[in-house]
Design a protein around this ligand. Sequence first.
Ligand code: NAD
Length: 357
Amino acid sequence: MKNYNITLLRGDGIGPEIVNEAVKVLDVTAEKYGFKVNYTDALLGGCAIDETGVPLPQETIDKCKASDSVLLGAVGGPKWDTLPGKNRPEAGLLGIRGALGLFANLRPAVIFEPLKDASPLRADIVGGALDIMIVRELTGGIYFGERGTLVENGMEAAYDTEKYSVAEIERIGRVAFDMAMKRNKKLTSVDKANVLDSSRLWRKTMIRLSEEYPEVELNHLYVDNCAMQLVRDPKQFDVIVTSNIFGDILSDEASQISGSIGMLASASLNSTKLGLYEPIHGSAPDIAGKGIANPLATILSVAMMLRYSLDEPAAADAIERAVSEVLDTTRTPDIYTEGTRKVSTSEMGDAVCALIR
Ligand code: NAD
């Protein structure tokens, strides 16, 4: 029987509550699909600060590196908001991404049919199921480029640098083309090649890479146009690949189209199959401890883990099917509508488990 080692970073706020449900679902899925999962807990964020004084202890990095995959709840909260930047919980998040070399961020923007009324866009625009995958470069570009502040002509000035090498572009490009091959073979590369040299290199490299993937239809959009198209006609997109800063903004825009922050998963991958899987939402301190958080984004993160790190696509499909089905009848308060059953965090986990069994 296959055996997988997963590190759990439960984190802060609602993190422990939602990770509990994801573990429940993973255990039931493992039993049904014939594999075993071993869990190791590690500290990240505010809980790590409280116990060890730092948001990312070395022990956490070591445990994550030694595992097949990592599941993260969420970190942060008002208790740690007054700490200086590098000692804050969020610094642990950036730190673990860097330590694991996670250069590819996958953010699906999905609308499940039963939740289509939650979208701020008209039903005829999002109608049917919407399913976009944004592939964002995560360790290069302007967030990591040379920067500085200086005094110029007696006035304060500051600069940041956007820089990409061909190797960095090829690496993220391959993730996106491979993803497109597994989906509808349609890839949109987003840049600002009318203005930026780094974007012109990005586009040239994507075009060259496309020769290795003759089945994938590649098109290019300027980032400003892409931002418009996402709200004008989001169904035109399948896989989008873009740089760190453009992906940061576009993936948040795309997530809003779904209208339900408690439903969206994400994955960050490195060049081995090790990945960090997490919901896109934060630690929701306003509802922590009340047992009402929506665990579905974390449960869907487990489905992504099974698909992209553990090579268990049938088990991933089963979780996604169960989540889609559960929404017909069962809702946590954040997505509740009349005529459905309003449930707690753990009741939602149980309902998904029952459908998988
Ligand atoms: P948030 O995502 O935590 O919450 C925004 C709103 O959405 C809140 O009203 C919250 O109750 C609701 N919400 C979020 N997740 C939900 C869920 N699963 N079920 C039901 N409702 C949910 O964002 P915020 O309030 O801006 O940030 C709170 C803390 O989380 C901050 O400390 C922030 O730095 C941190 N944060 C962490 C991550 C992460 O760990 N990856 C990401 C974003 C924010």
